[in-house]
Write a new protein. Structure first.
Length: 439
């Protein structure tokens, strides 16, 4: 009998007892390869001695100081570090406790920016139907996951949705990637014109769509066109890199690979690698100046912003990634993992697409590769894949959802950046067995 309201009330969970490297262990002594980093969180794996040491030192020095009284060294150092490698124009960091809070802050920053600029009529956010931006009311309103939104729909206001950039299903026969990218991006301009350009404050999107789609990157040129459209209409571009950022795709920020500059970029999961809850909204000089020259504050704030323990953990995680050259490993072993997935599942009857970047890879499940037909929701396929994978000592992150009326099931693979080639082989082998058992 548990007194926790768990995510699934009727599905008992194993009890996690410990972790080391790429594995987690339960209290029954079973080991699981963490091939999804939980939910693309554990980028350094588990039990890293340098992070543990940094946490111990910080706990001994200063666990907490309220930000209305003090700043702290780990928060200042983390901000310096992130801004040094952030996309062009980004000048300040706002630290919170996770991804939803980071996106909630980003939405409020966009709104306050226009209030400070004397354009209070700008209140609409445009986002995409295939997206997840968090579970607070503001971020749920922005996101496009129909199932998550449904019970709360009457409370979700001020957001509008366009199609995702989803070449596997939406690119037409004979259409080039470039032409498709322009067509998909044009939907943003059409929506801005429909709502009235002076009512729109921001467009929000994940550069590589994670939980709702299984690692779907945009096609070449899509985001550059999105940036042009935002600039033409004075709309801010918020990139949600909560899942795909902090090295997961092989570069520190995923948007570097799309050649696009955001006004606000949000990060979380890989920032602290799961060692502490932490997220951040990184904002441009222009937005910072609007606050500094206007009211002199950002009208927001939670008790745990800039938490010293969380910032110390994130600092240690980011220092290890840089010191050990782990982004290179993400690119090299990520490419190897993808090759092995393609060799094993490239002709698999129930795998329609294999995609992603770096160590952020997705498989799309279909009943038939040639028609791309999807499984019925009643099949609860993603739950079955997860169960069969766990039974074989493998954690992958399967999800299902509906986009533009089409259902889809996906498996997300997002292992720790320390993954080696033999472990990549083991992931593919166990996943193959799990899929054969589940489908
Ligand atoms: N944004 C994206 C892209 C995510 O994948 C998630 C979580 O999965 C969130 C936001 C919300 O983050 P959190 O669960 O830390 O609140």
């Amino acid at each position: 009998m548990t007194h926790i309201l768990h995510r699934q009330i009727h599905a008992p969970l194993p009890v996690a007892a410990g972790g080391s490297g790429i594995e987690l262990f339960d209290t029954e002594g079973r080991a699981y390869i963490d091939a999804s980093g939980g939910a693309a969180v554990s980028c350094l794996g588990h039990g890293h001695p340098d992070v543990i040491e940094a946490l111990r030192r910080q706990a001994e020095t200063l666990a907490y100081a309220h930000t209305s009284f003090f700043t702290s060294e780990p928060a200042e150092r983390l901000a310096d570090r992130l801004i040094a490698s952030a996309p062009e124009g980004i000048s300040h960091a706002y630290f919170v406790s996770g991804g939803s809070e980071a996106n909630e802050a980003a939405i409020k920053m966009a709104r306050q920016y226009f209030v400070e600029k004397g354009q209070p009529q700008r209140r609409n956010i445009i986002a995409r139907r295939q997206s997840y931006h968090g579970n607070t009311l503001g971020t749920l309103a922005a996101g496009g996951n129909e199932w998550r939104r449904a019970p709360f729909a009457p409370l979700l206001i001020g957001t509008h949705h366009i199609s995702p950039c989803y070449a596997y299903r939406h690119r037409e026969e004979g259409e080039s990637d470039a032409a498709y990218g322009q067509r998909a991006a044009q939907e943003l301009e059409d929506k801005i014109l429909e709502l009235g350009p002076d009512t729109v404050m921001a467009f929000m999107a994940e550069p590589v769509v994670g939980a709702t789609a299984g690692a779907v990157p945009a096609v070449e040129g899509y985001f550059r066109r999105i940036r042009e459209i935002c600039d033409r209409h004075g709309v801010l571009l918020i990139l949600d890199e909560v899942m795909c950022g902090m090295g997961r795709t092989g570069t520190m920020f995923a948007c570097e690979q799309d050649g696009v500059r955001p006004d606000i970029v949000t990060i979380a999961k890989g920032l602290g690698g799961g060692y502490q809850p932490i997220g951040a909204a990184l904002l441009s000089r222009d937005i910072f100046d609007a606050f500094a020259e206007g009211s002199g504050l950002f009208q927001h704030g939670h008790t745990y912003i800039c938490h010293p323990m969380a910032c110390a953990a994130a600092l240690a995680v980011q220092e290890v990634i840089a010191r050990d050259g782990l982004l290179r490993n993400v690119r090299e072993v990520g490419a190897h993992l993808r090759e092995r997935l393609e060799a094993r599942f490239g002709n698999h009857a129930h795998i329609g697409d294999i995609r992603g970047r770096g160590m952020f890879l997705g498989l799309e499940l279909v009943t038939d590769r040639s028609t791309k037909a999807t499984f019925e929701p009643d099949a609860k396929l993603h739950a079955r894949v997860k169960k069969e994978a766990m039974a074989r000592g493998l954690m992958v992150y399967p999800a299902g959802g509906t986009v533009d009326g089409v259902r889809g099931d996906h498996i997300l693979i997002a292992p720790p950046f320390i993954l080696g080639r033999p472990a990549a082989e083991a992931i593919v082998e166990r996943l193959g067995e799990a899929l054969d058992a589940a489908v």
